[in-house]
Design a protein around this ligand. Structure first.
Ligand code: MN
Length: 230
């Protein structure tokens, strides 16, 4: 399924490249780094299939449509454009945020058997900022559970190189230069839109949030922490 999708996407990119005036740099849906069933039982297969294949794909489709009139929307300038997203229409903010947020989300998860522990540098920073990993999780859970409506919870590295927990509405994220957003570089993000959990957890967002820690890819979060500190 996934490989035939990739083959189709590749063929489409080649076909588009052959048309004069059509830019080569199309946004493409990044493949999941594991099978859609790999996060069971914590996140169910159907949720992952719909979330990735339809919700994330919708942002890709929207970006490619908007990119025709907005040259800042390029796959190689996602973070740079997010950092000055206040210059762009809200449709770009929603679509580029949605693409960035979901791309990060897939990568900071892994099958429970591969979740692991925070690497040493990240673990030390968590202890310094929050006292313990458990206390960090407690505050992150609180941010995720109390985000009213749809949005995201984040662990970020702030401008003063410390870890902090924040949350954003809709598809906003801490890179955005938008009033009311606490800025930082995301190292971990959790989608708390209902589409991320409703099939399995219905209205029990708190159960989804606390169960989700089983599938956090700590090696990847540690890699992102080190990159943000460079
Ligand atoms: Mn989502």
């Amino acid at each position: 399924m996934q490989s035939s999708f990739r083959a189709l996407a590749g063929a489409l990119a080649l076909a588009l490249a052959a048309i004069p005036g059509v830019a080569l740099a199309q946004f493409a849906l990044p493949p999941l780094p594991y099978a859609a069933s790999a996060l069971e039982p914590h996140i169910d297969t159907m949720t992952m299939e719909i979330h990735h294949g339809r919700h994330h794909q919708a942002f890709i489709t929207a970006l490619n449509a908007q990119a025709k009139d907005n040259p800042a929307l390029r796959p190689d300038a996602v973070e740079a454009t997010l950092r000055e997203i206040s210059k762009h229409p809200v449709a770009a903010r929603n679509a580029l945020g949605g693409h960035y947020n979901h791309s990060l989300f897939w990568e900071v998860m892994a099958p429970a058997s591969q979740s692991g522990r925070p690497p040493a540098a990240l673990a030390a920073a968590i202890d310094a900022a929050f006292g313990s990993l458990d206390e960090m999780k407690k505050r992150f859970d609180q941010a995720a559970i109390t985000r009213f409506g749809s949005g995201w919870a984040w662990l970020v590295v702030t401008a003063d190189r410390k870890l902090a927990i924040t949350s954003t509405a809709n598809q906003d994220n801490p890179l955005m230069d938008v009033a009311g957003i606490e800025r930082g570089t995301p190292v971990l993000g959790l989608d708390v839109w209902e589409h991320a959990y409703y099939l399995k957890y219905q209205n029990r967002r708190a159960d989804y949030v606390t169960t989700w820690w089983n599938v956090v890819n700590w090696a990847e979060v540690g890699r992102r922490y080190e990159a943000a500190m460079r």
